[in-house]
Each structure stands twice: as C-alpha cells, then as structure tokens.
Design a protein around this ligand. Structure first.
Ligand code: GDP
Length: 513
C-alpha cells in the first residue's frame, strides 16, 4: 500500500542539509540556535517572523540550511531509536570557558554512532576566560582533531552573544553539506519524519514534518505511524501558508485525525481510504503486539543476528564507576573482535546507566554493560520498554568472559542428536496415494510426529528423513509412547520392510554456559 521505492540517480536533486545542535548543558545550544535565527532570518525574509514549528530554515547566498529546533543528542537519538534519521550534520557546541564535559562526550558518541559528521562550535569566545585551544586539545582525546592541527574536524570559534563567528559557522555547514552531496527526488509522493506534534485547541492535531523524499502538497492523503488524514493546510517556519514542501523543508501539517509521535515516518499515499486502511492495520498490529509477550533484544538474539549475517558489528555501551574501568573494559572488549564480528564500544562513560544510554543502545542495536554501576529507575523502565539488554557486573573478567562465551557459542553452534524413540516394524501395508504404511511397536521412548526418523536394516542405516504421518488406529496423533502400536509413513520412502528398526530423533543446540 505504501510505495517506498528507491529513486533513480538521474531523478535526484540537491537538497539542503538538516542540522542538529548538540552539547553539554549551558554551553549555549539554545542561544546559538536563537543567534542564527535572528541574525539570518529576520534580515533576509522581509517581515517574516519565525514561528516555532520545531525547525527553521536560513538562507545563505541562495542556499538553505535547516536547523532542528530541539537541541540535544537525546532527542536526536530518540528519533533514531524509532528508525528515523533526519540529521545530516551535528553541530557540537563546547563552551570555551568550560571545555569538554560529560554530555559533550555523549553527544560525540551519539553523533558518531549515527555516522553524522560533526562540526565543532567553540562558543562563548567573548568571555575573557575563554580558551579555545584547550577545547581543541581535549577534543583530540575523543578522536576529533581540529583541521588546523592536521585532523579533519572543522572547529569554529563563535559567540552566540556577540554573533561573532556565526557567518563562518554557516559557511562551514554548507561546505560539509556540499561534500556529502545530499540529494533527493522532489518529484514523487512525499516521505518524511514527524519531528514534533501536538494537539492545538483551535486547529486540532498539528504536526511538523521534515520532508525527506518527494514533495508534500495540500490535498495529499497521508499516513504517519498509526494516524492518517488529508493535508488541509501547510504552514512554513515563517508562519506562511504554503502549497507544498520539498526535500529537507520543515512544514506544519493540519488535517491529521490524531496526534502522531515524534519520529513517526510520514508517507503520502494514493487516497484517503488507503491511508485509513493502513492506519487501522497498524493499530491492530499494535494491539496484538501489546498482548504478545515482549521479546527482549538479548545477547543471544544479537549473536544469532550476527550469525545470520544480518549484523557484522556488536555494539556495546560501557558504563563504570571510574574512568580506569571504562578504559580497561573498552580495550578488552574491542580485542574480542574476530573475523566474523567486530566488537565496537560506541559509548563509554562514568556514572549510572541513564535514559540517554538506553536510547542510544536502542537506536544502535547495542547492549549495555555496567561495571559497578546500575541503571537508575527511569532508565530501567525505559530499557524494559525499548527491550534493551542491560548487564551489570562487579568483576571485569566476568563481563569479558560472558561476551566471549556468547560469541563463541553463537558463532559455532554445536548440535547434538537426541534419540526420542526406538520402534520395530511388525507389518507393512500398501495404501494407494499414501505409500507404504509401517505398522510399528514402540519399544522404547516416545515418538513425536515432528521427529526425524532413520530406518535401520540389519544394523545398517538405509534411510534418514522425516515422519510423514503418525496414526493410532484411524486417528492422526501427535505422540505415541512405549508399549503402544502405531502406523507411520516416512516422507519420500516407501521401501520399509517387516523387521526394520526405526529410530526417531531430534536435533538440539547445545547450550554453553
Ligand atoms: P544550553 O543549555 O546549551 O541550551 O545553553 P543556553 O543557550 O541556555 O546558554 C546557557 C547560558 O550561557 C545562558 O546564560 C546564556 O546567556 C549563556 N551564553 C550562551 N552563549 C553565550 C556566549 O556566546 N557568550 C556568553 N558570554 N554567554 C553565553
């Protein structure tokens, strides 16, 4: 019903970059977003007053940049955990008087885990205590080496207060965007991501979407998560009614039947009836999932995914009580990397396991290892909801052994055969269109309809296969126990003879400790 096809290369056109601002609390994320908005938007858009719709666009030399208005890596990763990635570039704000702080490190790791390029804005350089070189020095520890020091990280000194450096920052964003060659096909039904949604007293459900493919138009029938509707009006970030919005452009939508969730993917579909059908189908599925027992993403699942070739990397988040343990665990775990699986510690930090760790794990399909730390209450609840596995240890080697044992066990699973029953064939009958039926006596054990079976004649295995049917008298049965007679047929084998011995068995995986 939803036609989310891949676009042809020749249909793709350049699109503006979508930028998220991240960094430690109080380092100036909000101030920087405001400074950019006020320095650019008002002067270029005659009379245009920016509306808060969750994102805004600025124009620089005929090029656009789109800023998401919810700063912070938490929102960014929460969206990613729902399967939505809208951000093309992350601006890491670091206060020049404070330097790299815990949430700076989190932000770096969250952006890296999402493969989003980072531009560093060294903020508050108007302050006398500002020390940009110290910031750059500290950043090298986290793999961000300033260009001027031979690395490839662009660092721009700025002041959200005096607006110094803002133009350079914007130019750098355009430069990085150009290297990314961001493109999308504007001529197709729209696909986008809901970045904000609310119930407005006068206007009903209102959602802001960033269009990622195609063009969203007034009149389009849409589906977003489990909610649907028909676009009644589109409003841009300057508060103007518009007829359409193309790739990367944020717009507010009126006309949805209910309020969707941030992170929901929006699609334009052929008609409103289809939209309603998809919505109903999804709601039904949600109800079913609610009642189905929740299956966690466990270490075992992860490794079986690895085994099936679905995952080539095992992502781990390490939290510990002291930095020394974080480093020790990180190094030891990454050493476990082998030919099949790359073990990657995507985030390491000191302190309790937080909600931000859980969302990152959920978005990156990672597990969390806590050493001498525990999840806080909120994090524990979130982990349960997001089905993220959190393992806590008090001894480093136990953590390493656990991961190693699981990797070994899952990568080379060992199977063993379990004999379920032995039967002797007492008579045989030929039945048209069924084949040869063996009348058997179960000597030992219990035979199950789903077992595998082998035919032994004079001590030699002459056939191995599956049971085709198992009956007692005229009835199909699931199981027959020792001391009873039964009639059975074997898939694709009709040469059964009186006196043959039948062995039934199952194959079971050997669980390793
Ligand atoms: P956020 O928590 O990262 O969003 O930080 P805010 O934008 O709320 O800023 C925190 C504090 O730093 C506020 O008191 C701002 O006025 C101040 N601030 C932000 N940017 C600058 C700057 O460039 N220079 C100076 N001197 N102060 C700033």
């Amino acid at each position: 019903l939803i036609n989310d096809f891949e676009d042809k290369e020749e249909d793709l056109m350049p699109r503006p970059p979508v930028v998220t601002v991240m960094g430690h609390v109080d380092h100036g994320k909000t101030s920087l977003l405001d400074a950019i908005r006020h320095s650019k938007v008002v002067e270029t858009e005659a009379g245009g007053i920016t509306q808060h719709i969750g994102a805004y666009t600025v124009d620089i030399n005929d090029k656009k940049i789109v800023f998401l208005d919810t700063p912070g890596h938490e929102a960014f990763t929460a969206m990613r955990a729902r399967g939505a990635q809208v951000t093309d570039i992350a601006i890491l704000v670091v206060a020049a008087d404070d330097g790299v702080m815990p949430q700076t490190i989190e932000a770096i790791n969250h952006a890296k885990a999402a493969n989003v390029p980072i531009i560093v804005a060294i903020n508050k350089i108007d302050k006398s205590s500002a020390n940009p070189d110290r910031v750059k020095q500290e950043l090298t520890e986290y793999g961000l080496i300033a260009e001027e020091w031979g690395g490839d990280t662009i660092c721009v000194p700025v002041s959200a207060k005096t607006k110094q450096g803002i133009d350079t920052l914007l130019e750098m964003i355009l430069l990085v965007a150009e290297m990314q060659e961001l493109k999308a096909n504007p001529n197709r039904p729209a696909k986008g991501t809901i970045i904000e949604a609310k119930l407005d007293k006068g206007r009903g459900p209102v959602a802001t979407v960033i269009v990622q493919k195609g063009t969203l138009k007034v009149g389009d029938s849409i589906i977003a998560g489990t909610t649907y509707g028909k676009v009644r009006a589109l409003i841009d970030d300057k508060g103007r009614k518009v007829k359409s919005a193309g790739p990367s452009i944020p717009v507010e939508i009126l006309g949805l039947a209910e309020v969707p969730n941030a992170g929901d993917i929006l699609y334009a579909v052929s008609d409103e009836k289809t939209a309603r059908q998809i919505s109903e189908m999804r709601k039904e599925k949600e109800r079913q999932q609610y009642f189905a027992s929740s299956s966690k993403i466990t270490l075992q699942d992860l490794f079986s995914q690895i085994q099936e070739g679905k995952v080539k990397e095992l992502n781990i988040i390490v939290k510990a009580d002291v930095q020394g343990s974080v480093e020790a665990l990180k190094q030891a775990l990454e050493k476990l990397t082998n030919d099949e699986v790359k073990v990657r510690v995507i985030h390491g930090g000191v302190g309790a396991i937080t909600e931000s760790d859980i969302t990152l794990a959920s978005a990156s399909n990672a597990i969390i290892i806590g050493f001498n730390v525990r999840p806080n209450n909120m994090a524990m609840q979130l982990a349960e909801r997001e089905k993220v596995e959190v393992k806590t240890y008090r001894i480093i080697y136990e953590a390493i052994d656990d991961i190693q044992a699981a990797m070994k066990g899952m990568l080379e699973p060992e199977y063993k055969e379990v004999i379920t029953a032995r039967l002797s064939v007492r008579q045989t009958f030929k039945a048209s269109n069924i084949g040869t039926i063996a009348g058997c006596y179960v000597e030992d054990g219990k035979v199950n309809r789903n077992n595998s079976i082998r035919v032994i004649r004079n001590g030699v295995v002459i056939y191995e296969g599956k049971i085709a049917s198992l009956k007692r008298f005229k009835d199909d049965v699931r199981e027959v126990a020792a001391g009873y007679e039964c009639g059975l047929t074997i898939e694709r084998f009709n040469d059964i003879k009186e006196g043959d011995i039948l062995e039934t068995y199952t194959i079971e995986e050997v669980k390793r400790a």
